[in-house]
Design a binder for this molecule. Structure first.
Ligand SMILES: [Mn+2]
Length: 433
């Protein structure tokens, strides 16, 4: 039985209820989970997929309801102001989101959510990382992603999707996959009091459906616009993104109250400035905000993406620790971030604009032991040309390479700015094997 048509807000309340039932009374559960950087794209992919799929699940679905999980603890929401900026368009609040805090504690998760009772659809990644990956990898039942294939996809996904395509935003692929179901006549809404009490208005009313569609469409629209710089990035924008934006914008406008005042450029600007507004965050939070981690060849690699320059990060570090030079304070902060996560290899990728508006990237790589040093040096020689790596210099013209037997640290200007973490991460992982 499909879930009757309801608002995203009502749906999330139902999904939380289903998750609780799964934990408390060993019910089956299907998760839709984004990657652990939990950026806007990952969050909206899981919401869109779970919401739309639950309205028309395949006949042989493991469970009719799909539970969207944002792959961070709820405390992580405080460093994602862009989520809050967007939630109001979707008529949801942070408390509606299902996060890792809604799953059982990792020490007992295996007994509370027995692997055989779960199924996992991965969106915006194609290999389940970390401790969830160790327990539930075998239960991955479908993938929609726009990263390099890590070779861990299930062989047969049956009626669940198995899609990896290079696009600006994974939300574009989710939209493409779900739009047929979205446009199909919806299951008649019921006036069941039980569902009403969960916060969803179930009026079988065309106007209500248009409003709900518009709210969900705006969620998806935001991610695609952010990931493609409002469709202006020539490196990132693909035809999938353009089509999905057209489709979602049309859905947004079908709600008469929205069609009068909606301005896509303004909408993009608002979400984008919220995302860039990280000045009030501490440096550790900035490094953790868009962070991913992998294990390869017995070593652990971490990569932080940051929307400000190295110069900004150094000043931030200095401001937080007045007794050290800018550089020392910065490197101390990176070291403590890496130690806390037991990293062998740590990279920081920055994006910023030069004074004359040119888009720039910097790449810092720090190897903390001999094995990691040799991987980092191999990466440097293998990837130098492709990424356009030039030595980075600070305002005083000083480079900051540190080379000792057991450690190596280097900062580059990455001239070939089309390459994001989607390319840099596979190159680093390759060098580690
Ligand atoms: Mn993505």
């Amino acid at each position: 039985m499909p879930v009757p048509r309801t608002s995203l807000r009502g749906f999330l309340a139902q999904a939380k209820g289903a998750l609780r039932a799964a934990i408390d009374s060993s019910q089956k559960v299907t998760f839709v989970i984004g990657n652990e950087s939990a950026d806007l794209d990952s969050m909206t992919c899981s919401l869109l997929f779970a919401y739309l799929r639950s309205m028309s699940p395949p006949r042989d679905a493991f469970t009719p309801l799909y539970v969207p999980v944002t792959n961070i603890p709820s405390s992580g929401l405080s460093v994602r102001p862009e989520f809050l900026a967007l939630f109001k368009y979707a008529n949801i609040e942070p408390g509606h989101l299902i996060t890792l805090d809604d799953l059982p504690d990792l020490s007992v998760i295996k007994s509370k959510l027995r692997p055989e009772n779960t199924r996992w659809i991965l969106v915006d990644h194609n290999a389940l990382q970390g401790q969830l990956g160790q327990i539930y990898s075998e239960r991955v039942a479908g993938v929609i992603d726009h990263h390099d294939d890590e070779g861990k996809m299930p062989k047969d996904t049956g009626s669940e999707p198995c899609i990896i395509k290079r696009t600006g935003s994974c939300t574009s692929l989710v939209t493409e996959y779900c739009r047929q179901a979205w446009d199909a006549p919806s299951e008649p809404a019921t006036s069941s009091g039980a569902a009403n009490s969960q916060g969803g208005s179930l009026l079988d009313d065309d106007a209500a459906v248009k409003r709900w569609d518009s709210e969900v469409a705006q969620l998806g629209l935001a991610s695609i616009l952010i990931d493609t710089s409002n469709l202006q990035s020539k490196y990132k924008t693909t035809k999938h993104d353009i089509k999905a934006v057209e489709y979602l914008e049309a859905k947004t406008m079908l709600w008469p109250q929205m069609s009068a005042g909606f301005d896509r450029n303004k909408f993009f600007q608002e979400i984008d400035s919220a995302r860039r507004d990280i000045g009030g965050l501490g440096l550790q939070d900035i490094l953790a905000k868009d962070y991913k981690q992998w294990n390869k060849g017995g070593q652990t690699l971490g990569i932080s993406s940051v929307v400000k320059s190295i110069d900004f990060l150094q000043k931030k570090a200095h401001g937080e620790s007045n007794d050290q030079s800018w550089q020392d304070a910065f490197f101390t902060a990176l070291q403590s971030f890496s130690k806390g996560r037991r990293l062998d290899l740590y990279a920081v990728m920055t994006t910023s604009h030069s004074s004359d508006g040119e888009f720039q990237r910097e790449l810092l790589v720090w190897a903390f032991d001999e094995k990691a040093v040799s991987a980092a040096k191999k990466f440097a020689s293998d990837a130098r040309e492709e990424l356009g790596l030039d030595d980075w210099q600070d305002a005083e013209g000083t480079a900051h390479t540190q080379d000792e037997d057991s450690q190596w640290r280097v900062i580059w200007q990455q001239r070939h700015v089309q390459h994001s973490r989607k390319r840099v991460a596979p190159l680093l992982r390759e060098a580690m094997s």
